[in-house]
Write a protein that binds this ligand. Structure first.
Ligand SMILES: Cc1cc2nc3c(=O)[nH]c(=O)nc-3n(C[C@H](O)[C@H](O)[C@H](O)COP(=O)(O)OP(=O)(O)OC[C@H]3O[C@@H](n4cnc5c(N)ncnc54)[C@H](O)[C@@H]3O)c2cc1C
Length: 603
């Protein structure tokens, strides 16, 4: 319980720090400003100082960043956010702050330790002169008065739909109309950036519709809102896949997006001289050439299947497909099904096959982290994303910023104690899994699911029931590497033969820059390098440390090429910063990028 005296002390510490910090910045004194940080400080900037997404570690990096950016950024107006009292606990004082730069307005979050700043988050939320038409700026909608040339909203929309991409070029082309593509498109519409989203599938939401029929979102509703349009209060906690598909389809209409279904991007090239892309697309079977200034690949982090190549696959006489192409269990009642892999999709598919009476074997090739959904909700997410969090004033926007305020370098330290609690709470469950021979891990450093997701985007299962089937032996578990397939079996390296009518390759997805290779060129894909991961030097996330997710929502080494994707939380939050970066360019604002990332891995 924080007392009034502690609150005043916290407020005073923050006021003093902000005054000193503002004075150092106003005096253009990078070293002086950096001296107000602890030696082991972190400053995470989401485009407000750097036009980049970067975390600076230690005073020297902070100093260098400020030396490069201060004269242009001219930060000012640092104040504690109205209604947000600074609070102190365990020797850390936390505060929400507002500030301005020459280009826009920002929100920040700081943690002080011993009067110095330990972590600082700075984010830009709007550009001056290009504020979104919301709140007091809400559009009137109706045009009162008399006007002989009056056009209706519908006529205007139809005019736009007829012309954009045909007689007028979009400023931004977004390839991929999943949640990432349409969330960004919604932001761009509010920022008045002409944009088209294309998707090769027939209807918005089809990416979800096409997945196996038992799928429900693994993340709860509070984590999943789209930008601007929250799910209603009676929306289920875990949305069934066809329901989320319908929501996304409705979203494209409600948010007035220029969405071209049945449209596949076939190839793209960038002309340095005209600073323009030429993108060849096929729309309803017709060739169309689009010439956007900016190209965003929203083609899916879990969109490009990683399909193994085992000898004998061509000889196998049963059905075989990647998990992304699995139709569901209906045709496999009483059949022998071998699922290769032991992560989310593998478990979901094994569970559904077992429910419909198939004989199911899971082949585990490497260790997997499992956490029970209810435990994850209670211990991992409830503080930020839950009904209780909402009731205690933690809005989705606030939760997103709190999450963003924890530097990736130390995030595992916040996560490890949570996963220790989970291990304790579900001890019996893990003991049973272990007895069944399941190779379980908690991440290389015990930091669990979120860190695995951020580092490698794979290697886990959020258990919604199927783990018990493995623990009980209802789903047979076999550990080992696949050596080859015969006409009717999967054969492992140790000679074990698993008779099969169906083989599902639940073997994951490849890096998003593979899409750039397909669409643009291998050269551009290599120039840009691997997408995702932090460089944590843990399994499947090779170092060196990069501090931010590679290539996501920020400038890449290929001019005018951007990537977006990830879960619903990330698509929602980071689309704001990607949208503002694109708007700034469209408006012709100077956007010098500080600290463009190095490329250490090709994919
Ligand atoms: C089984 C499974 C369960 C999941 N569960 C969750 C969950 O619970 N919560 C969560 O947040 N995430 C979940 N995910 C992750 C999920 O992939 C993403 O959240 C979501 O689909 C990503 O959205 P996206 O917009 O980035 O990409 P996608 O939804 O994959 O959309 C990419 C789109 O790009 C289109 N496309 C690709 N190439 C082209 C081209 N050349 N031209 C035109 N269009 C093209 C595709 O047709 C596709 O529609 C799950 C994923 C899987 C596979």
């Amino acid at each position: 319980m924080t007392t009034t005296a502690q609150q005043s002390e916290a407020a005073a510490a923050v006021t003093t720090w902000l005054a000193d910090f503002s004075a150092a910045l106003a005096a253009n004194d990078p070293a002086g400003a950096a001296a107000l940080f602890t030696e082991d400080c972190f400053w995470r900037d989401l485009i407000s100082f750097t036009w980049n997404i970067r975390t600076f570690e230690g005073r020297a990096e902070v100093t260098r960043m400020l030396e490069a950016t201060l004269p242009r950024v001219q930060p000012a107006g640092w104040t504690v956010t109205d209604g947000e009292e600074p609070a102190a606990a365990d020797g850390i004082t936390e505060a929400w702050v507002n500030f301005e730069t020459s280009a826009g307005r920002g929100h920040g979050h700081l943690r002080l330790r011993g009067g110095q700043c330990w972590t600082l988050l700075t984010t830009l939320y709007e550009l001056k002169g290009y504020e979104e038409p919301k709140g007091l700026r809400r559009p009137v909608g109706a045009e009162h008065g008399v006007n002989r040339d009056r056009t209706s909203w519908l006529e205007d929309r139809e005019h736009e739909t007829r012309n954009l991409g045909i007689t007028e070029q979009p400023y931004v082309l977004i390839v991929g109309g999943g949640q990432a593509g349409i969330g960004l498109a919604a932001r761009l519409r509010q920022l008045r950036v002409p944009a088209i989203v294309i998707d090769k599938r027939a209807r918005p939401g089809d990416q979800w519709r096409s997945r196996y029929k038992s799928l429900c979102l693994h993340d709860p509703v509070w984590y999943d809102h789209m930008p601007y349009l929250k799910f209603p209060d009676n929306w289920p906690v875990f949305s069934p896949k066809d329901k989320i598909a319908d929501w996304l389809e409705s979203y494209t209409k409600i948010m007035e997006l220029n969405y071209w279904p049945n449209t596949e991007a076939k190839s793209a090239s960038y002309d340095e001289a005209s600073q323009e892309w030429t993108v060849n697309v096929e729309r309803d079977g017709q060739a169309v050439v689009l010439r956007p200034k900016q190209l965003v690949l929203a083609t899916g982090m879990s969109g490009k299947p990683s399909i193994p190549s085992f000898p004998g696959m061509d000889k196998f006489r049963g059905d075989q497909h990647h998990s992304s192409g699995h139709p569901g269990p209906d045709a496999y009642q009483g059949k022998r099904c071998v699922v290769i892999g032991s992560n989310n999709s593998a478990f979901d598919i094994c569970g559904a096959l077992w429910e419909s009476g198939a004989d199911v074997t899971m082949v585990q090739r490497s260790s997997t982290h499992i956490v029970r959904s209810s435990t994850l909700m209670d211990i991992g997410l409830s503080a930020l994303y839950s009904e209780q969090a909402v009731d205690s004033g933690i809005t989705t926007d606030k939760a997103d910023l709190i999450f963003a305020s924890i530097p990736y370098r130390i995030m595992h330290l916040f996560q490890i104690p949570l996963y220790d609690q989970m291990r304790e709470r579900d001890k019996d469950f893990y003991d049973r899994l272990e007895r069944a021979g399941f190779d379980h891990d908690w991440g290389d450093d015990g930091s669990g699911l979120f860190m695995k997701y951020l580092r490698r985007g794979s290697g886990y299962y959020i258990d919604v029931g199927a783990a018990d089937l493995v623990a009980n032996g209802d789903v047979r578990l076999v550990r080992g590497q696949v050596d080859h397939l015969t006409e009717d079996a999967v054969v492992l390296a140790d000679g074990t033969s698993l008779p099969a009518d169906l083989v599902v390759y639940a073997t994951g997805y490849t890096s998003m820059n593979g899409w750039a290779a397909d669409l643009i060129s291998r050269e551009v894909a290599d120039k840009v390098g691997k997408c995702w991961g932090l460089g944590s030097d843990t399994t499947k996330d090779p170092g060196p440390w990069e501090g931010e997710q590679r290539n996501m929502w920020k400038p890449t080494r290929q001019e005018a090429l951007w990537f977006t994707g990830g879960n619903l939380h990330q698509s929602r939050h980071y689309s704001l910063y990607l949208g503002l970066q694109l708007k700034a360019r469209q408006a012709g604002l100077p956007t010098p990028v500080y600290g463009l990332q190095e490329v250490h891995h090709l994919g």
